[in-house]
Design a protein around this ligand. Structure first.
Ligand code: HEC
Ligand code: HEC
Ligand code: HEC
Ligand code: HEC
Length: 155
């Protein structure tokens, strides 16, 4: 019994350390990704994702309310990070954007890089009467939804 609770305690500590680590990475903004990812940046810039704060601010129904809209129309719930930027889908980049880390997918992932999954989209695309659910597999070839790929997934 004592061994069990010790094991549980260790597990709780490990999980908590993981949570703290996940919050550790800071956001840097899309302009910091631009210099190495020109193709993706150029097509993302044209997307409704990039312009999502402007469209929410121009909205009358529903009316713009920072407290409500920034959950999905900006990055990291931070109004100064306008739109659904790279890091909203790929994770906060401060610790993975260095070339020495970026070029190694394992190191990049360990430093916060996320390869988006359906769950990434589900965070903002809900079936809630305002937003609709999107299917990532379908959208994967839709540059207006994601961005143009330099190395298309699966090729
Ligand atoms: C100093 C250059 C550099 C910067 C800055 C940079 N990257 Fe990268 N990134 C790379 C390189 C090199 C690769 C690996 C080869 C490739 O896909 O071009 C890569 C790969 C990636 C991948 C693909 C990972 C995979 O496993 O499929 C993603 C996603 C990515 N970067 C996102 C970002 C984001 C988001 C930012 C900004 C926060 C960023 N990068 C900043 C150089 C950079
Ligand atoms: C849960 C995430 C979420 C929240 C919170 C949210 N939105 Fe949206 N919004 C979306 C998504 C996703 C879309 C894309 C359209 C779709 O899914 O049908 C969207 C689309 C829009 C559009 C574009 C419609 C068009 O046809 O171009 C406007 C305008 C908008 N939202 C305004 C707002 C305003 C204003 C608020 C705050 C009161 C808000 N949204 C809160 C996720 C959200
Ligand atoms: C941080 C929240 C957020 C995340 C994460 C996100 N989106 Fe969006 N998405 C939005 C918002 C907000 C809009 C509406 C933009 C606007 O018109 O103002 C949108 C718009 C879209 C649209 C255009 C819908 C239309 O009818 O104009 C598509 C397609 C889309 N997203 C696909 C995706 C996919 C695929 C993913 C996952 C890889 C994803 N999104 C992740 C918030 C998000
Ligand atoms: C709406 C979510 C979304 C946003 C915003 C987004 N990406 Fe992506 N990105 C994806 C998805 C999905 C993939 C494909 C993942 C896979 O390989 O399964 C991807 C793949 C990539 C790749 C690897 C494939 C390639 O193109 O070579 C890079 C690099 C990348 N993104 C960089 C960026 C940069 C830089 C930005 C901002 C300018 C950005 N992404 C914005 C969803 C997004």
């Amino acid at each position: 019994m004592r061994k069990m609770s010790l094991l549980l305690l260790v597990m709780v500590i490990v999980v908590m350390a993981g949570v703290v680590q996940a919050q550790d990475h800071a956001y840097v903004g899309a302009s910091k990704c631009k210099m190495c990812h020109k193709v993706q940046f150029a097509s993302w810039e044209q997307s409704t994702h990039a312009k999502a704060l402007d469209s929410a601010k121009g909205s009358t129904d529903p009316a713009y309310d920072a407290g409500k809209c920034t959950a999905c129309h900006v990055t990291n719930n931070d109004e100064t990070m306008a739109g659904v930027q790279c890091e909203a889908c790929h994770g906060p980049g401060a610790d993975f954007k260095k070339m020495s880390i970026m070029k190694d997918p394992e190191k990049a992932a360990a430093n916060g890089l996320i390869v988006p999954t359906q769950e990434t989209c589900d965070g903002c695309h809900k079936d809630d009467g305002h937003s609709k659910v999107v299917d990532l597999a379908t959208e994967m070839t839709n540059a207006a939804a994601i961005h143009e790929f330099k190395n298309p997934p699966g090729e």
